[in-house]
Design a protein around this ligand. Structure first.
Ligand SMILES: *Cc1c(COP(=O)(O)O)cnc(C)c1O
Length: 341
């Protein structure tokens, strides 16, 4: 099993999002092991393309990123949950994103320094509520970037403008060197949402959260799995656990090394089309933990060891499965050999 990553597409996506960010600089959300693609492969490409601000969610993600990116370019979105994490950030020189007055106190007690602050402008998830910005612990912070996060940037709805107005209204109350609001979809909402820094994630990796971005974003991740065995089925033969498929005719079937432990969950519909060269190979029977079976009647030359392409053009794959483009990326798992070409 391998996950092939297109270096050119990844770099071009960052440059396109940076360009679409206008006067603002595009950073990069690289949390969750670069949305499942692999931080060690993705981070150097994004930095070489020009990214100078990287966002992870957890403290456990910092060490890996530090192999590729200077500490001063790293922000940790979840902030310090205890004094030790604040001290850790100080020692390394990475910036915590402060989300609560309690986190602000941990940061102050660790010695303080430039940090980021997330303000909640209406998503009601993580971040300082506007009314708490006057808390003395928050007011005492030295703020590099004041962040906020959009709840529905992938939709045309009035919540976007409402959040923007809220964020604009707070500008005076928190002095900061920079402001940042837009994720990938937010970049497509236009220059009012860009401020000084944008934070694309999904679109870097080939996701298209809004139609406006489709022409600018290329597929990055190409998962492939190898054929383990080929067999001929006779009419009536049952395939897989619980015999959910019976061959309607004489047919060839390929058993492929890929299962729900690799992110191909059982809810992918029967008939989902995998590919080998130009041939379409529909999924038959149940998905197992480590294997699937495909109808390979359309590929008479298919052999053991051949590579099969997963249906991973993200906008299409999301339409044909029950998954969001985010889930499709982050659920791939760690049994793929990740290679960049
Ligand atoms: C994950 C995340 C992003 C990136 O969002 P995408 O929709 O993947 O572009 C930006 N900002 C914050 C705070 C995030 O948590």
């Amino acid at each position: 099993m391998r996950l092939r990553l297109d270096r050119q597409a990844l770099a071009a996506n960052w440059r396109a999002l940076d360009r679409l960010s206008g006067d603002a600089q595009a950073g990069a959300a690289i949390k969750a092991d670069a949305y499942g693609l692999g931080m060690d492969l993705v981070a150097p490409v994004l930095r070489a393309a020009g990214a100078r601000q990287f966002y992870v969610a957890h403290w456990g993600e910092v060490e890996k990123l530090l192999r590729h990116v200077p500490a001063a370019e790293i922000s940790v979105l979840h902030g310090p949950a205890d004094p030790a994490q604040a001290v850790y950030a100080r020692e390394l020189g990475v910036r915590p994103v402060i989300n609560t007055p309690r986190q602000a106190a941990f940061w102050r007690d660790a010695g303080g320094a430039l940090c980021d602050v997330m303000v909640d402008s209406g998503i009601n998830r993580l971040g300082v509520s506007p009314h708490a910005l006057g808390d003395p612990a928050i007011a005492g912070l030295q703020v590099d970037t004041l962040l906020s996060h959009l709840a529905s940037a992938d939709e045309d709805c009035e919540q976007n403008a409402r959040q923007l107005a809220t964020f604009n209204g707070l500008a005076g109350s928190v002095p900061a060197r920079r402001r940042s609001m837009a994720n990938s979809a937010g970049i497509a909402l236009g220059p009012d949402y860009a401020f000084d820094m944008t934070r694309p994630g999904l679109a870097l990796y080939g996701g298209v959260p809004r139609a406006e971005l489709a022409q600018h974003i290329a597929q990055v991740a190409y998962p492939q799995a190898a054929v383990l065995q080929i067999r001929n089925l006779s009419p009536g033969d049952a395939v897989g656990y619980n015999a959910t498929f019976h061959a309607p005719r004489q047919m060839r079937a390929a058993t492929v090394s890929l299962g729900y432990a690799d992110g191909l969950l059982r809810c992918w519909p029967a008939g989902t089309k995998f590919h080998h060269g130009g041939a379409e190979l529909p999924l038959i029977g149940r998905v197992s933990m480590d294997m699937i079976v495909l109808d390979c009647s359309a590929a008479p030359d298919l052999c053991e060891g051949d590579w099969i392409d997963l249906p991973y053009h993200l906008p299409d794959a999301a339409k044909h499965s029950d998954f969001s483009q985010y889930e499709l990326l982050t659920m791939l798992g760690d049994r793929y050999d990740r290679v960049i070409f």
